[in-house]
Design a protein around this ligand. Structure first.
Ligand code: GPU
Length: 805
């Protein structure tokens, strides 16, 4: 957008005074932030309104992305960047005597997601708007996001995240879009008409946040729902204290579990709550514009992000049947053609199943519809596919509702999130389904926002790339490949190294302030940031660190490549193993960081409260990107793409999207180690892996593992034992010991390579140059053209689509 600096400064001062009846300079940084965010939102408000109306007027197909998590990260800088006014805002603030860094720091991060799944949804929101697709989010406005992590004596403590304390400058409460969501009570059919008795009603109130596209391509909406007591009940004095509490509870907290599932009633309530509100709203707007429900699948697409929103299927059926009075067959065809489902994991413990009696009691009409979906499914498919296939794929089995089954059966598309993952789905985890309906199955490898993770997070690198290859890559990331022409250009390589060093200095400053550790910025910055989970194998890195520690103790004079190991990870509060790994990392860090033999050679840092905002500080400083899950377990990973984009070399197993990274950069530009997926399968099938034997016969492994329990590291009696038991007593479920030597070797190779700065920088550049295909822009284009069948608004024709792997 076009605005002069003077105009901006003037607007900002006025906006501040309007809001706080005081002067800008005298405000707190939180007030300065809030006024600035509100001002930028007001700049796009008219355009936002116009775009909403245009979508409807032009009858453009709209896509609704249903996700129980979003992880948008801070809005201010990203939005200003997309509005092309980041420079003006920054300089304007400076000229007004304000500290822009302090203002951005004052923005509370909306932590309304756990990790990769939520962040992916937000990257897609950004890409959709940037490309001009009508792609809207539908989710929950949790009053408390993911807990704030505090490390106390090495332990993770969880504190509430009150991100809305100072209100959210970007949201608009739209009470006129409220809808009623019904829970409980009794339902019976009077003919085809459902009669509800004694239901417990809740109002879903919409809070809309603008999703601002790059160069203001378009402005879409992320709609987050908040639960309130129905105003009529309030006005008539019918709502009890208990009712208020029960309603408040629905949107109070985000469940802090990542890739794991617990059958809690409140979670099921959350799922139906935001799904019902979203579907009702879509259908209401159809009524308003007199569009026939029969045309629904031509006018909208509903995306089900993992199984949490799978109740969208029976909810859509409910409205088509009960309110639109369509026949079952008509309604079912429309529903299937409208809905599409993405699977994000193959982990057993993440598979959602709900006890049928619970579903029936909470949402009786929806349960009736699910039962009917199940009955018809069996009836229609048994003659074609036989009893065995049908029994293994039906939604209701042994009094449990299998959400993935429901999602697959009610969708026209089922996709995994990386090539290997999609292959595992169709050949293994969902094989029966893919045998029956192979046409539904496809892959959509994840993508990331280059704008957030490079343009905004690493502006110096953005400048350097543009200096080399011009600006085309900003909207056409695949053309970053042109950078390859500079792989032997010493001046470019040394600038690249300088930028990395500056980013390391920035991170080092943060670490000094927050951890009280002065890290050696000439050392390799080795980064492992993601949720803490046994399958992601943070404990393998821990074993590697202990191994290096012993090496240094045994060879204090050795020529050792200095390294700083950086961790960031939250553990689900009830996940004992994960929390114990955090404690052990912190205690091992304490010993190593205070050992003179390790000084400036080996340092270990656990960064507290890792999340979307810290990622933008850490990723630009990373030199090694640790992606060390057991092959076959990580659906995709997206941190791997973000660090590659910022010039880190991947240390990885052939898992998830690492496989694709490998296919782009080749073995020589990353460090591949560990068992392949087929090897893991073979060990599992034959039950032929015995970690205790390995431990007993391998002195190096034994020494490292024993150090968890023999007092080498103080204060980990219980927690060290947990990891020891996992590895030895419980047979090392994720093959950390089996992969140990291969991992250590790959790490040694990395250390050696780092000594040759030119070679390292060259590989770093090759990684950056090959990261373009992982842009979320391409991922969204593929979803749009192959699944949603949606068009962007006519504006750019210069986008080439990179083919999927
Ligand atoms: N993922 Br299921 C989550 O972050 N949370 C979940 O509940 C589930 C999956 C992640 C996958 O673990 C990760 O591999 C993937 O990159 C990401 O979803 C986005 O697809």
């Amino acid at each position: 957008m076009n605005i002069s600096k003077e105009q901006f400064k003037d607007d900002y001062q006025k906006a501040f005074t309007n809001m706080y009846a005081s002067t800008l300079e005298g405000g707190s940084s939180t007030q300065q932030y809030t006024a600035l965010g509100t001002l930028l939102r007001s700049y796009v408000a008219e355009y936002w309104r116009d775009e909403r109306e245009r979508y409807i007027k032009e009858g453009q197909k709209q896509v609704f992305y249903f996700s129980i998590e979003f992880l948008p990260g801070k809005f201010l800088e990203n939005n200003a960047n997309n509005m092309d006014i980041l420079d003006i805002v920054e300089e304007g603030c400076k000229e007004l005597g304000l500290d822009f860094d302090e203002i951005t720091a004052a923005e509370a991060e909306p932590a309304i997601g756990n990790g990769g799944l939520g962040r992916l949804a937000s990257c897609y929101m950004d890409a959709g708007a940037s490309l001009g697709y009508p792609l809207h989010g539908n989710g929950i406005r949790y009053r408390h996001g993911l807990f704030r992590q505090k490390i106390v004596d090495g332990y993770q403590a969880e504190l509430p995240d009150n991100w809305l304390r100072h209100r959210n400058a970007w949201e608009v409460r739209d009470h006129k879009s409220s809808v009623l969501v019904r829970f409980g009570g009794n339902v019976y059919l009077d003919g085809f008409h459902p009669v509800y008795e004694d239901t417990d009603d809740v109002v879903a109130v919409a809070y809309d946040i603008p999703m601002i596209g790059y160069h203001l391509s378009t402005v879409n909406t992320m709609r987050l729902w908040s639960a309130e007591v129905p105003p009529e009940e309030e006005e008539e004095g019918l709502a009890s204290k208990e009712k208020y509490e029960a309603v408040d509870e629905i949107t109070e907290f985000l469940y802090p579990d990542d890739s794991s599932y617990e059958g809690k009633l409140l979670r099921l309530k959350q799922e139906y709550f935001f799904v019902s509100a979203g579907i009702q709203t879509i259908m209401k707007s159809f009524k308003r514009y007199q569009i026939s429900p029969k045309d629904l699948s031509e006018k909208i697409a509903i995306h089900i992000n993992d199984t949490h929103p799978a109740l969208a299927i029976p909810e859509l059926m409910r409205i088509l049947l009960d309110e639109e009075k369509l026949t079952w067959d008509q309604a079912w065809e429309i529903t299937i053609n409208t809905c599409a489902y993405t699977n994000h994991t193959v982990l057993r413990e993440a598979m959602e199943t709900w006890r049928c009696d619970m579903v029936k009691k909470l949402i009786p009409r929806i349960y009736m519809i699910i039962e009917e979906i199940d009955r018809r499914y069996v009836e229609q498919n048994k003659p074609i596919y036989g009893d065995e296939l049908v029994q293994s794929t039906r939604p209701i089995q042994d009094d449990y509702l299998h959400m993935a089954h429901l999602a697959i059966i009610g969708s026209h598309s089922v996709n995994g999130v990386a090539g290997l993952h999609s292959k595992i789905l169709s050949e293994d985890v969902l094989r029966d389904f893919s045998e029956m309906t192979p046409h539904k199955f496809n892959n959509k490898t994840n993508g990331i926002s280059q704008r957030r993770y490079l343009h905004v997070a690493n502006p110096e690198l953005r400048e350097l790339i543009s200096e080399c290859i011009g600006e085309d890559w900003l909207t056409n990331p695949a053309s970053m490949k042109v950078l390859l022409a500079y792989q032997n250009d010493q001046s470019v390589l040394s600038k690249l190294a300088d930028i990395k060093h500056q980013n390391k200095e920035k991170l080092a400053q943060y670490i000094k302030e927050n951890n009280g550790i002065e890290v050696n910025t000439d050392a390799i910055f080795d980064v492992l940031i993601k949720r803490l989970h046994a399958y992601k194998r943070q404990h393998l890195q821990l074993l590697h660190i202990i191994h290096l520690y012993f090496y240094l103790k045994d060879n204090p004079q050795a020529d050792f490549q200095p390294r700083v190991f950086i961790f960031g990870a939250k553990a689900a509060p009830s996940y004992v193993f994960a929390k114990d790994v955090i404690k052990v990392i912190n205690e091992v860090a304490e010993t190593i960081n205070n050992d003179p033999d390790c000084k400036d050679k080996l340092q270990v840092v656990f960064i507290e409260n890792y999340g979307a905002a810290l990622a933008e500080l850490i990723i630009p400083a990373a030199e090694i990107s640790e992606q060390i899950s057991l092959a076959g377990k990580e659906a995709s990973g997206t941190g791997n793409m973000k660090m590659m984009l910022n010039g880190a070399l991947t240390m990885g197993t052939l898992d998830g999207a690492n496989v694709e990274i490998n296919s782009f950069v080749g073995d020589e530009n990353m460090f591949v180690f560990g068992l392949r997926k087929e090897e893991v399968d073979r060990y599992n099938e034959r039950a032929s892996y015995n970690s205790k034997d390995l431990y007993k016969s391998d002195a190096k492994i034994k020494r490292v593992v024993d150090s968890l329990v023999d007092g080498t590291f103080p204060r980990i009696q219980i927690e060290g034992q947990t990891i020891y038991d996992h590895l030895i007593t419980h047979n090392d479920e994720y093959y950390a010991l089996k992969d140990f030597h291969s991992f250590v070797e790959a790490q040694e190779k990395a250390a050696k390579l780092y000594k040759n700065k030119d070679e390292w920088n060259k590989k770093s550049l090759i990684n950056i140059a090959n990261s373009g295909p992982f842009s979320a822009d391409y991922a969204v284009q593929r979803y749009a053209s192959e699944i949603w069948i949606a068009q962007p608004k006519a504006m750019r024709t210069d986008k080439s689509i990179v083919t999927s792997h």
